[in-house]
Design a protein around this ligand. Structure first.
Ligand SMILES: C[C@@]1(CC(=O)O)c2cc3[nH]c(cc4nc(cc5[nH]c(cc(n2)[C@H]1CCC(=O)O)[C@@](C)(CC(=O)O)[C@@H]5CCC(=O)O)C(CC(=O)O)=C4CCC(=O)O)c(CCC(=O)O)c3CC(=O)O
Ligand SMILES: NC(=O)C1=CN([C@@H]2O[C@H](COP(=O)(O)OP(=O)(O)OC[C@H]3O[C@@H](n4cnc5c(N)ncnc54)[C@H](O)[C@@H]3O)[C@@H](O)[C@H]2O)C=CC1
Length: 266
């Protein structure tokens, strides 16, 4: 579909074939920040136990509603080990309020599921009803977690078991230093922001960080020491990204000089 709206400029030299193709019918995949936000989980069985893992990993403020007789051993364990608000009975409509930023149900009662879904819609609260895709504002996916690295596989409801198998394949194909590299790049980016805090430095910061990621391998990034970061960052002002060999050489020369200075001081 194209439009002739006169407010939209035309770029004579553009090449639309370089833009990503649009494939409608997918999900909007996001990394939702629920840290310290109230989330309601209804049900305490098998599926609820897996939902709890995701919610706890995301530091949500969780309320769980489920009769004690329905608790899966893993759910009961989480209730003992984490500050989850537990309501030991079946769901009642007054349990819902707009303070919840998210509601998840994992119950084996389709009538109660639909009731909760309808109440959530009335309150504009995003909801996931575990086994009823049409009653889900969002689906869960199969998640690989390693430190700050998270990879989610979604098949858009087509094959949840396949999603789990694909997730394992993806995880197995990653170099073992991947999460370590993510941690160190995070440290380096925070140091860079201290060195060049200005908003106007954004483009230069981004270009420099991108080049560091490209020039250094995962293994080298994962092993970045404080001294190596210091030497790397010294290149930032002049837009220089030193390679791993040069940085390590400079670090060892400096360490040698420090030792010499220390000896002279004796
Ligand atoms: C739509 C969605 C809604 C939602 O739950 O958010 C949904 C719906 C349904 N799942 C069903 C069945 C199974 N679900 C699993 C497992 C997982 N299901 C997950 C997500 C999703 N499941 C969402 C779509 C995600 C996507 O497609 O990308 C995972 C990825 C994440 C998670 O739940 O945390 C997690 C794997 C986590 C992991 O191991 O890594 C297994 C396998 C197992 O249990 O081992 C089976 C049996 C085998 C099979 O059917 O494949 C049925 C019943 C079908 C029926 O009656 O036949 C429905 C309802 C329906 O399809 O109508
Ligand atoms: N990822 C997915 O979407 C999957 C969905 N399912 C479906 O999810 C649902 C839950 O599955 P499981 O956890 O294995 O079942 P389960 O039988 O282990 O757990 C059901 C839980 O719901 C509780 N419950 C029932 N009615 C309730 C109410 N009104 N208020 C509060 N708690 C209530 C029960 O006490 C129990 O804790 C089932 O309908 C199942 O078919 C199952 C596998 C995967």
């Amino acid at each position: 579909m194209t439009t002739t709206d006169p407010h939209i400029p035309t770029f004579p030299d553009e090449d639309p074939s370089t833009y990503p193709p649009i494939q409608p019918g997918g999900s909007l995949i996001l990394a939702w920040q629920v840290r310290n936000k109230p989330v309601l989980l209804v049900g305490g069985g098998n599926v609820a136990a897996t939902r709890l893992v995701h919610l706890l990993n995301a530091d949500a403020l969780i309320t769980l509603i489920c009769p004690p007789s329905g608790l899966h051993p893993e759910t009961a364990y989480r209730l003992k080990t984490h500050p989850i608000t537990y309501i030991p009975r079946t769901f009642e409509p007054q349990d819902l309020s707009t303070t919840y930023s998210l509601v998840l149900t994992a119950i084996d009662d389709p009538i109660a599921s639909t009731e909760i879904y309808t109440l959530c819609k009335g309150m504009n609260i995003p909801v996931n009803v575990a086994d009823v895709p049409p009653e889900c504002d969002f689906y869960f996916g199969s998640v690989h977690r390693d430190g700050p690295l998270q990879i989610m596989v979604s098949t858009g409801g087509n094959g949840p078991k396949l999603a789990a198998m694909i997730r394992r394949k993806v995880a197995d194909s990653l170099p073992k230093e991947t999460a370590g590299a993510v941690v160190k790049v995070g440290e380096l980016r925070r140091k860079l922001r201290v060195l060049a805090p200005g908003k106007g430095d954004g483009a230069k910061r981004m270009e420099w960080m991108s080049r560091v990621c490209e020039v250094w391998g995962f293994e080298e990034l994962a092993g970045l020491t404080e001294g190596e970061m210091e030497v790397l960052l010294e290149g930032y002002e002049g837009g220089i990204v030193r390679g791993v060999g040069e940085v390590r050489l400079l670090v060892s020369v400096r360490e040698g000089e420090r030792e010499d200075d220390a000896l002279e001081g004796v």
